[in-house]
Design a protein. Structure first.
Length: 330
């Protein structure tokens, strides 16, 4: 089986990006070790701090953020970084060619119940001149690489450099990420959806009607039964979609009108959208293609609907309906 380094060579990825991706892979191995030791290493539980988004930081949020920050500072190819756990963008190396945005630990609420968590990252080209927030505000279409590492029963990395999406599995014997799927392909159709149903009453009419029709199963307009899954970690839900198809959504809701969206564009939605598109799927907000959004803030949030392309299209068709009238779906 090919190693990660061998695969990047065969994809003709340049040496600086290869070095950066190997740094991310190596750091994720260390994170995998910290996650696996769990309570034995005293890494579970919360800190007393909040991040800039007002969320209480778990100990592992802080530990993994520091591990990635230290590794990217030592790498030499990184101009700057932005993280869910950093209030502001961080300048790294003047000569670095890349910007890295990351969610060091996605699915923090799963840590203390020993469930799925992961690391998500997005790599953008550095721009000329002074490094500031503006340097990062590039559409997802500009990404040169994106991926995640899932700390599950096995540690797996999903990665794209724009040449399809690949899966690698960490071999615990050799410590290498080995290529275990060289062409991830999302089935165009699906009978599985992922959404936090407890927010149902807060969704827009379009999403209310779409999900109601899925739940009607064979007697509804879709004339088939749909299964539901919710891991509460985007990495886990997107991984399932990449493995066996599905539609994953964290839609707009009005539970808290000051915060209509949950997922962050720069280090959750964009990297996942790149992986999904490269695997033949689609990723939208309901009204706009995720990777075409012009970002305005490093921590900005967006609605996300992604996965099997025909099912995403079906969901989008509901967003085009006129809900001032009774929905007519026969
Ligand atoms: P994070 O742990 O990085 O803050 O992200 C959590 C996100 C995402 O991973 C997941 O899909 C969603 O929050 C879960 O939301 P609910 O708590 O509504 O299930
Ligand atoms: Mn997250
Ligand atoms: Mn996180």
């Amino acid at each position: 089986m090919q190693t990660l380094a061998q695969t990047l060579t065969s994809q003709a990825v340049n040496s600086s990006l290869t070095a950066l991706l190997l740094t991310l892979a190596n750091t994720s191995k260390a994170i995998s070790g910290a996650v696996r030791h769990g309570a034995l290493a005293g890494v579970l539980g919360a800190t007393e701090q909040e991040n800039v988004q007002g969320e209480t930081q778990k100990k592992l949020d802080v530990i993994t953020n520091d591990m990635l920050k230290d590794a990217l500072k030592a790498d030499g190819n990184v101009r700057g970084l932005a993280s869910e756990e950093e209030d502001y963008v961080v300048e790294v190396s003047k000569q670095g060619e890349y910007l890295v945005c990351f969610d060091p630990l996605d699915g923090s609420s799963n840590i203390d119940i020993n469930s799925l968590v992961g690391t998500i990252f997005s790599v953008l080209p550095a721009t000329d001149g002074e490094l500031n927030e503006q340097s990062f505000l590039q559409a997802g279409r500009q990404q040169v690489a994106a991926g995640y590492v899932l700390y599950g029963p096995s540690t797996m990395m999903a990665l794209t450099t724009g040449k399809g999406t690949q899966f690698y599995t960490l071999d615990p014997d050799s410590g290498e990420f080995l290529l275990t799927n060289d062409k991830v392909a999302i089935t165009p159709d699906t009978a599985e959806f992922a959404i936090n149903m407890s927010n149902q009453r807060f969704w827009e009419a379009a999403m209310q009607t779409y999900i109601a029709d899925l739940l009607l199963g064979k007697i509804g307009p879709r004339e088939q039964s749909f299964n539901m899954r919710w891991i509460a970690a985007m990495v886990g839900d997107v991984h399932r979609v990449l493995c066996r198809g599905g539609i994953f959504t964290y839609p707009t809701d009005n539970k808290n009108p000051a915060k209509p969206f949950k997922l962050r564009l720069m280090y959750e939605a964009n990297p996942m959208a790149f992986l999904v598109e490269q695997a033949g799927g689609k990723a939208s907000t309901g009204y706009e293609t995720i990777m075409d959004i012009q970002p305005t803030e490093i921590h900005q949030r967006v609605a996300v609907i992604l996965g099997s392309r025909n099912e995403v299209d079906m969901c989008l068709s509901y967003h085009g309906l006129d809900y001032s009238e009774e929905p007519t779906i026969d």
